[in-house]
Structure formats: structure tokens, C-alpha cells
Design a protein around this ligand. Structure first.
Ligand SMILES: N[C@@H](CCC(=O)N[C@@H](CS)C(=O)NCC(=O)O)C(=O)O
Length: 210
């Protein structure tokens, strides 16, 4: 079994943190190439052109960070990171999706449409076809990130972690999102004191520090 990784990128990082929380060790192959892109060898073999991807021993390849996390949550439930009972699982998935769709996608919209290395790569995973950068999406992405901060600040004012009182995969996605936001200078706003309190708490976890 092998995990295809791109060390600096936020989506594979979600999986690496998840694996560390569970104490799962497996082969990891870095597949970055030159110029903030994936290697041509990897792209030739991965039809989606994306990381992370998990290759099982029978050759099956599972893409999408949460699909890979789901695989390991099923294989090794302890510690549960995707919820406990039906209600908790629903809440964890809701907050994880909000972190991904409203936070990480928004920051990505800013980054991909402004970074010189991503010229003609406005969308992730494209293969050969040029996707131009759209300057309007930079401003729209910034507005989305601002809304995300306000939303999670309220939630974190009422809960220790994003989906309640336990650390979960929702915190992993949100934490990776906030670190990625720094790439586009969208740090935690000063008024979002609950987000800062939570960020400092999560940053101390061993799965993050080491
Ligand atoms: N929804 C996917 C997103 C994967 C994704 O966008 N991965 C980025 C790295 S963070 C990537 O592979 N980018 C390749 C590229 O932009 O060329 C997931 O959850 O895994």
C-alpha cells in the first residue's frame, strides 16, 4: 500500500495528519515535479491528475482526501476521527464539508487565480487543456474566505473543536485550510479570537508538530 503525496500541498496534508492521529505508518511517495506541479510520471499514471491518492496492494487507487480517510477510519476505527454515533457522524461530516467547500476551495480559488506558477492551470487536475486564471475569482475567493472565518468563529465560540468537544477530521481540514490561507495572506482576522484560540490548541498536537 502506498500514499502518493505532495508535501507542501494542503489536500495530501489532511491525509498525513489523519494517519498520524491514528498512528498508521505506510509508504509515502512524493510525486511533485518542477514548477509547483506534479511530476509527469505521476500524471501519466493518475487519470485525475491529483494528490492525495492511495494505492492498495491489489492495485486499486482511491483518490480524494476524505475517501482515503474513510478507508482508514473503517480499517482502523481507533481513535474515531469521523464521528461516534449517527448524530456525531452527521455533525463531523457537515463541518468537514464546510471547511473544505467554504474554506479550502475558497482559498484555492484565490491562490490558483493569482499565482504565476498556475498560469493556465486555473483548475486543479486538468490534463493538457489551458484553464486561464480569472482575476475576478481572486476577489470572490477572498470574500468567501472572510465569510468562512466569521462562520467558524461563531462555532468555535460555542465548542472546543469544530464539530463539538472532540478533535475530528473537521479540525484537520480546517487547520490545513487556515495554513493554506497564509499563502494568500488571508491570516486569521484579529477579531476572530475564537478561531485563534482553536488554531493555537490544534497546532500543539503531535500529529501537527511532528
Ligand atoms: N478534492 C480533492 C482535491 C485534490 C487537490 O486539489 N489536490 C491538489 C493538491 S492540494 C493537486 O493535486 N493539484 C494538482 C495540480 O494543481 O496540478 C481532495 O480532496 O483530495
Amino acid at each position: 500500500m502506498k500514499l502518493y503525496d505532495w508535501e507542501i500541498a494542503p489536500n495530501p496534508r489532511r491525509v498525513r495528519i489523519f494517519l498520524r492521529e491514528k498512528g498508521i505508518d505506510l509508504e509515502i511517495e512524493e510525486v511533485s515535479g518542477p514548477g509547483l506541479a506534479l511530476s509527469s510520471e505521476y500524471l501519466a499514471n493518475n487519470p485525475h491528475g491529483l494528490v492525495p491518492a492511495l494505492e492498495l496492494d491489489d492495485g486499486t487507487v482511491i483518490g480524494e482526501a476524505m475517501a482515503i480517510c474513510r478507508y482508514f477510519e473503517t480499517e482502523q476505527p481507533d481513535p474515531l476521527l469521523m464521528g461516534t454515533d449517527a448524530k456525531d457522524k452527521g455533525l463531523v461530516e457537515m463541518w468537514e464539508r464546510k471547511a473544505d467547500l467554504e474554506g479550502l476551495h475558497a482559498a484555492s480559488e484565490v491562490f490558483r487565480n493569482v499565482a504565476p506558477d498556475f498560469k493556465d492551470r486555473g483548475l486543479p487536475g486538468q490534463r493538457g487543456d489551458a484553464i486561464p486564471q480569472l482575476p475576478q475569482l481572486v476577489e470572490r475567493g477572498k470574500a468567501r474566505v472572510a465569510r468562512f472565518y466569521i462562520k467558524i468563529d461563531k462555532q468555535l465560540g460555542e465548542n472546543t473543536f469544530l464539530a463539538g468537544e472532540r478533535f475530528t477530521v473537521a479540525d484537520i481540514t480546517a487547520f490545513c485550510t487556515l495554513d493554506f490561507c497564509k499563502w494568500v495572506e488571508l491570516d486569521i482576522p484579529a477579531e476572530c479570537t475564537n478561531v485563534q484560540r482553536w488554531y493555537d490548541l490544534v497546532a500543539k498536537r503531535q500529529s501537527i508538530t511532528g
